[in-house]
Design a protein around this ligand. Structure first.
Ligand code: AHR
Length: 516
């Protein structure tokens, strides 16, 4: 859609220049990763219904969930935890299901875990989704041998004890497992360790997570919470065997976790009942994640200026009080328009730090915390957050382009801090340009003008996610209360893209670009 508006109209709230011929870092597709834990109804009822279920399934895996997630092009799925990972003994989850030992999931709801969803089921799920597996090993209550044998079971071809066991359980060929997690929150549920205790332990475990055949593991050492830069520094000191005869990286990446809520850990706030002040506080705290990424990256730069080691945010998202009447250990929460804005802001921050941040996994995919999907018996609901992932999927593996502001961005003071009310990011891939824009302002529309330089662009198509309230959310009865629609207020004039963003909205504009 084009109009005769003159470029750089003075009434735009935000103006910026984007040089499409200047390539920033590639936005790794793994920044759009996911996390699924044996927690509440994420695995059981979420992904897994069992082969005897009336709900359509393939080998026990829910097909409506698979179909919905395939549209997101999930690049990586982290499993089995989380805190559960450090209580999980993988050999309980193989072999005939009716003979698998049971355990108590003491961390999450004290419920019995029947181990029906185990290694083979997880790998089948990854195959159905077309996603790469990220297996998180038990360091807290497991052993080096147990972890080492799991790697062998999954990835070794030929004749070996674990490869034979895998074959006895029906799988001849090894799987490809690229991502291997060494620990989870070792400072808390993963052992209550100090960084100085965990770092050498992680080195020991990582040593025995072997590369079998051509399956080269990308080992991720469990990292900090929020802004615990001391943890990252301690890991970075231990990251390589520098000084040894054969210097090499022991881990390829270090991780950290950062959750967002508006209250305290004890009373985090409700997912669908909150004031405007709580909304803005949520936005202020969301934007701190960008500071955390920059802080960890700065520590890493001092030890690894060539950026050989990746930073992984392997758990992120909103964490609200559970929905009334649900098991407090199941972390089931609704997902509102506010969550969608939290997600889109995270992606802008991820894109801005794509030089160091190589993976980010939202917690969690189905029925837990900031989920993509909510299930209720046969019903399946796509959340507002799902739509952000879908609308942003074109950024995966695209080249980022910085937006250089040529105007001030409107702000709102929240707890003594100026919170910018508009956020955006841009990328290009295979002749397609994708611009993502978020208007955080709960009350006012804002107009953004982007001077797209360096490549001729045409065919601007906008989509917008907006609702009649920040608390709006989707339910089985009202599944499309928050769903993307075409954005009318998009014009392209002489390379200047003008986008009118409704209050509290997330929009994407896709364009076609001529060759550079
Ligand atoms: O995602 C829920 C929990 O949050 C995870 O199990 C744990 O790693 C984190 O504290």
């Amino acid at each position: 859609m084009t109009t005769t508006l003159s470029p750089t109209s003075p009434d735009a709230s935000v103006r910026a220049v984007v040089d499409l011929d200047v390539a920033g870092p590639t936005i790794s597709r793994h920044l759009y990763g996911h996390f699924a834990e044996h927690l509440g109804r994420c695995i059981y009822d979420g992904f897994w219904v069992g082969e005897d279920s009336d709900i359509p399934n393939e080998g026990g895996i829910r097909l409506d969930v698979v179909e919905a997630l395939r549209a997101l092009r999930i690049p990586v799925l982290r499993w089995p935890g989380g805190c559960f990972a450090d209580e999980y003994h993988w050999s309980d989850g193989i072999g005939p299901r009716d003979q698998r030992p049971r355990m108590v999931n003491t961390h999450w709801g004290n419920v019995e875990e029947n181990n029906h969803f185990g290694t083979h089921e997880f790998m089948a799920l990854c195959d159905l989704l077309g996603t790469e597996p990220y297996v998180s090993a038990n360091i807290g209550s497991g052993s080096v041998q147990e972890m080492s044998e799991w790697v062998e079971y999954l990835t070794r071809a030929g004749d070996s004890p674990m490869a034979r066991l895998r074959r006895e359980n029906g799988r001849d060929e090894p799987w490809r497992v690229p991502f291997w997690g060494v620990g989870n929150e070792p400072w808390g549920c993963g052992g209550n360790l100090r960084a100085e205790q965990f770092a050498p332990l992680a080195r020991q475990y990582a040593t025995y997570a072997r590369n079998h055949g051509d399956n080269a593991l990308y080992k991720i050492a469990a990292g900090a919470s929020d802004d615990d830069y001391h943890w990252t520094e301690t890991l970075m000191k231990e990251i390589s065997t520098l000084g040894a005869k054969d210097p090499h990286l022991v881990f390829q990446a270090v991780s950290f976790h950062a959750y967002t809520f508006s209250g305290t850990w004890g009373a985090k706030g409700r997912a669908t009942e909150f004031s405007e002040d709580e909304y803005y506080e949520t936005m202020r705290r969301t934007l701190r994640v960008g500071d955390y990424i920059a802080g960890h990256a700065a520590v890493m730069d001092a030890y690894d200026p060539e950026k050989k080691v990746g930073l992984v945010l392997d758990e992120w998202g909103t964490w609200w009080d559970v929905e009334p009447g649900t098991n407090p250990g199941f972390l089931f929460q609704q997902n509102a328009m506010r969550d969608a804005i939290v997600a889109s802001l995270h992606f802008d921050m991820f894109h801005a730090h794509a030089d160091r941040l190589v993976m980010a996994n939202i917690a969690q995919t189905v029925n837990v915390l900031q989920a993509m999907l909510l299930t209720d018996g046969e019903a399946l609901v796509l959340t507002p957050t799902y739509h952000v992932f879908e609308m942003n999927a074109g950024h995966q593996d695209a080249t980022s382009h910085a937006a250089h502001l040529t105007s001030a961005v409107p702000t709102r003071e929240v707890d003594g801090q100026a919170v910018p009310l508009v956020s955006l990011s841009a990328s290009s891939k295979d002749g397609a340009v994708l611009v993502s824009l978020t208007n955080l302002d709960a009350d006012a529309a804002h107009t953004v003008e982007l001077d797209l330089r360096g490549r001729a662009v045409h065919e601007a198509q906008g989509r917008v996610l907006v609702a009649d309230a920040l608390t709006a959310h989707n339910t089985p009865d009202l599944p499309d209360a928050v769903a993307p629609v075409a954005l009318e207020g998009v014009t392209l004039t002489g390379g200047v893209l003008r986008v009118e963003l409704p209050a509290a909205s997330f929009a994407t504009v896709s364009l076609q670009a001529a060759d550079a």
